[in-house]
Structures are given as structure tokens and as C-alpha cells.
Design a protein around this ligand. Structure first.
Ligand SMILES: [Zn+2]
Length: 68
């Protein structure tokens, strides 16, 4: 299941923050949108922190998520 793969990827990179693109590349997923669809609801939980910050993989300043 994609949501679990995305979750595992984020947990694996804890405590570093990663962006949707790097999640999609790293799993890998066919489309970035698939990662986005998972990180959006994850970001609403207290388990994850989703914000605009520097991605630990690509170094870009964009929406990233990390496991708290
Ligand atoms: Zn990235």
C-alpha cells in the first residue's frame, strides 16, 4: 500500500525532513502526486510535522514532512 510505503520512507529519514518529490523518487512511485496524497493527511496528524523548509535530500526550500 502506497500510504505505508510513504510512511516508512518518512520514518526511515527521521528526524530529517523530506519533500514529496524525494519521497516519490525514493520509494519509487510513478507520480509525485501519489506521495502528495499521503503526506497531506499525515501532516494533519500530531505524528508528523509538515511545513515549508529545506528538504534534507534535494536541498530545495519547499513543503517537507518529518516524523516527530
Ligand atoms: Zn527533496
Amino acid at each position: 500500500m502506497i500510504a505505508e510505503q510513504v510512511r516508512d520512507f518518512i520514518v526511515k529519514h527521521r528526524p530529517k525532513a523530506v519533500c514529496d518529490d524525494c519521497i516519490a523518487d525514493g520509494i519509487p512511485l510513478k507520480r509525485r502526486q501519489q506521495a502528495h496524497r499521503c503526506t497531506m493527511p499525515f501532516g494533519l496528524t500530531s505524528e508528523f510535522d509538515r511545513r515549508r523548509d529545506r528538504c534534507s535530500i534535494c536541498g530545495d526550500d519547499k513543503l517537507v514532512i518529518k516524523k516527530l
